[in-house]
Write a protein that binds this ligand. Structure first.
Ligand SMILES: Cc1ncc(COP(=O)(O)O)c(C=O)c1O
Length: 405
């Protein structure tokens, strides 16, 4: 077992004190928040609440400082070259919608192609469709291998069609499979394409290094990184951000407005219209600072040990159909019991206070390509224990007995 002390780690989450009998295996949907995050948001509202950037008074300047410090914390965490390359958004979905809208007006022309993969979340499919269909831009899709990994040979072939843009998930939210992101970016760049990484699941697995990944854009949500909901990040290299048409217009993002014309503010403000989620940004920065006290290698070893035990246990059960490979897996296992409906399985687990998600997990095209109607998703996080694994296995065993009797 790893050096990671899971019981000490769990003590930092009020959720587990209030819900001691629950096994929470739904962290891919949202993670619990440590005291440090809840307290940072509370402290902002109780002590420093003011709007940012526009007030002449001390309190507004203080709020601005906290908000801009949060940007610095995020920029440091992802190793962005420049602080203005961090744009605060409402989350991954908001960031991807900004990208689809913003690039459609500058980068993409009718007849151009963009490349997605078969395992994308709807948030990395639908925003493109909304605009591509109207602007005559073609979407190509990289298929998966028999092991449900992105097929790199097919990817190389599709890059020969010279897509202007490649957008893919760092880690599949359904299968947990980790994509070779740096390699995929390098291949896309060699083909002349801009690159977007959907880091909604990737950001918590391994602190993503923008300068090492070398992608043009990386997006993620705070709530999947122990932070608050309603806050996320659109990272972009300066040159890539400069070509984005703002999706939202309004206060803060302008330089000069008349009824004839508007000129825009500089980055990052040009892409942050309106009052931002100030407390959310401060909460996200608190999550990142709090996380820094733990060694990520220890955390990943702990999660790998849980995953190993889970797979071992599953191999002893009959009628379990596992969709996720244990190789290059960040801690998510999608499975079914025979052809039973995943919702029925999840309900039996729910009755035993085991929280999993069931269905298609916002990835209908992936399930079509897998030829499965859906799955139960068990998502392990750093605060899960061996006892959680064993309770889930036992509940699955009982579910098998009930459903296949
Ligand atoms: C891979 C992936 N992309 C995008 C999203 C959308 O994130 P949000 O709902 O926080 O905007 C999710 C959420 O589950 C996800 O897992």
């Amino acid at each position: 077992m790893s050096k990671f002390n899971v019981s000490q780690f769990r003590q930092q989450f009020a959720f587990f004190t209030h819900n001691p009998s629950w096994v929470y295996l739904d962290s891919a949907a949202t993670m619990h928040k440590p005291h440090a995050v809840v307290e940072a948001e509370l402290a902002f509202y109780q002590i420093a609440n003011s709007n940012v950037h526009r007030g002449a008074h001390h309190l507004s300047q203080q709020a601005t400082q906290l908000y801009e410090q949060a940007r610095d914390t995020v920029a440091g965490f992802i190793n962005a070259k420049l602080r203005h390359e961090v744009i605060f958004t409402a989350g991954t979905t908001a960031a991807l919608n900004q990208l689809a809208f913003g690039l459609m007006h500058t980068l993409l022309k009718p007849g151009d192609r963009i490349l997605l993969t078969a395992l994308e979340h709807h948030a990395n499919i639908v925003p493109w469709q909304l605009h591509c269909q109207r602007h005559g831009v073609i979407i190509d899709v990289v298929p998966l291998t028999a092991n449900h990994q992105v097929d790199l040979e097919a990817y190389q072939q599709l890059l020969k069609l010279h897509p202007k843009l490649v957008s893919f998930s760092h880690i599949s939210n359904v299968l947990g499979h980790i994509q070779p992101a740096a390699q995929m970016v390098a291949m896309a760049k060699a083909a002349g394409a801009l690159t977007i990484i959907d880091g909604a699941q990737g950001v918590v697995y391994q602190q993503p290094d923008m300068q090492q990944l070398d992608c043009d854009f990386y997006v993620f949500s705070g709530h999947k990184l122990y932070g608050p909901t309603g806050i996320g990040v659109l990272y972009g290299k300066t040159a890539a951000l400069e070509i984005l048409t703002p999706l939202l217009g309004g206060g803060e993002m302008i330089e000069h407005v008349s009824f004839v014309n508007t000129t825009f503010n500089k980055l990052p403000f040009r892409l942050e219209a309106g009052t931002p989620n100030i407390a959310g940004a401060i909460g996200l920065a608190a999550a990142i600072s709090w996380l820094a006290q733990f060694n990520n290698i220890d955390i990943q070893q702990h999660k790998a040990a849980l995953l190993h035990e889970f797979y071992q246990g599953l191999s002893q059960l009959k009628a379990i159909d596992i969709l996720s490979s244990p190789v290059h897996n960040a801690g998510i296992v999608a499975l079914n019991i025979d052809t039973e409906h995943p919702t029925d399985v999840a309900e039996l687990l729910n009755q035993q206070q085991i929280a999993v998600r069931a269905g298609q997990h916002c990835a209908m095209p992936l399930f079509n390509s897998l030829g499965k109607p859906g799955a139960v998703r068990c998502a392990f996080a750093a605060y899960n224990t061996l006892e959680d694994v064993n309770r889930c296995l036992l509940a699955l065993e009982q579910a098998v007995e009930i459903l296949t009797a």
